[in-house]
Design a protein around this ligand. Structure first.
Ligand code: HEM
Length: 296
């Protein structure tokens, strides 16, 4: 029996940090995995922090070839859509996602983790996140309405028992900068067409356009994923950390291709107002596999 990393499904945390690392020159994948696998969350119940760790798929496969679905790969090439549209590839070797009740505990734990990994890896990318008006992203829309609930989510997000990588999941981490000025200059009715849902109550539009965001990512077509998106940034420079988990990488990559207009030339209208700055896939192993990694 394989257990998924608990933080993936720990909802209700107000503060988040995402740290992406590159292995230091001369350090092996084995050493990096062992160092990450040795990190531990504080055990307190009140000031606790959830820690989710993932690895570049090729790095994990080199150590544990039977513990990852065949074909899973990093975000190694930029995704090119029609008319020069580009989603950049910024793959790194490892990721830590920390979440907790307040930023102080996340901050302390993140600093400790960076120090503990310091001999093996350096931070390549760092973002911190916070909730906006309970469950909205910085477009002002409710984010996560079509997420599976916590009873069903593991069935869609976690690699099933008996398959290579069981208990693990594929994470797509993508930082999207919002063009707040352009977005906020749109009337609400137009914003609703762009998303494909109403702004206040998040009701799906009957007559949503083919280029609306929910049409481009329709889970009835691509399969269900579990999203843990969060706002990030400062007052003048902000956007959405897209944090998506799936048992199959193909659902995530097909959604991205659809958003970019690769399949049928129709680009997601939301991409006129938000721009991906990063893009990386990580294999987030089961807790048992992670523990095994600490002894490698
Ligand atoms: C700026 C970046 C993004 C923002 C602000 C955003 C926001 C939203 C909002 C407001 C919804 C409607 C409510 C809901 O069901 O959650 C939604 C739906 C959805 N988004 Fe995004 N999203 C972003 C990027 C992405 C990306 C990169 C993907 C996939 C790789 C994605 C996948 C989905 C899916 C699967 C749905 C539900 C579609 C359905 O109705 O089946 N989103 N998003």
């Amino acid at each position: 029996m394989s257990t998924s990393q608990g933080g993936i499904f720990a909802l209700g945390t107000a503060s988040h940090a995402y740290l992406e690392f590159d292995a230091r020159q001369g350090r092996t994948a084995r050493e990096l995995v062992a160092a990450v696998a040795s990190l531990r969350e504080p055990r307190t119940t009140m000031g606790g922090v959830n820690l989710v760790a993932g690895f570049r798929p090729e790095l994990w496969r080199a150590l544990f070839p039977d513990d990852i679905p065949p074909g899973v790969e990093g975000f190694n090439r930029a995704l090119l859509g029609p008319n020069g549209y580009t989603m950049p590839a910024t793959q790194h070797d490892a990721v830590l996602w920390l979440s907790g009740s307040a930023y102080d505990v996340v901050f302390d734990m993140a600093r400790e983790a960076i120090a503990d990994l310091g001999a093996f890896a350096s931070v390549a990318e760092e973002s911190s996140s916070w909730p906006y008006r309970h469950d909205r992203d910085l477009t002002g829309f409710i984010d996560g309405s079509e997420n599976p609930d916590l009873i069903d989510a593991p069935g869609f997000a976690v690699i099933p028992e008996g398959s290579p990588g069981a208990g693990g999941t594929i994470l797509l981490l993508q930082k999207w900068s919002h063009d707040a000025t352009a977005w906020e200059s749109l009337p609400v009715a137009r914003q609703e067409q762009v998303i494909g849902r109403t702004k206040d109550e998040s009701v799906e539009l009957e007559d949503k356009a083919a280029d609306s965001h929910v049409a481009r990512t329709d889970q009835d077509r691509f399969g269900k994923i579990f999203r843990r998106n969060m706002p990030y940034g400062t007052v003048t420079d902000h956007g959405t950390m897209f944090v998506g988990f799936s048992a199959e990488q193909q659902r995530l990559s097909a959604m991205l291709e659809s958003m970019a207009g690769l399949t049928d030339g129709v680009r997601d209208a939301l991409t006129q107002y938000a721009r991906p700055l990063t893009g990386a896939y990580y294999l987030v192993p089961s807790t048992e596999s992670l523990r095994a990694g600490s002894g490698t």
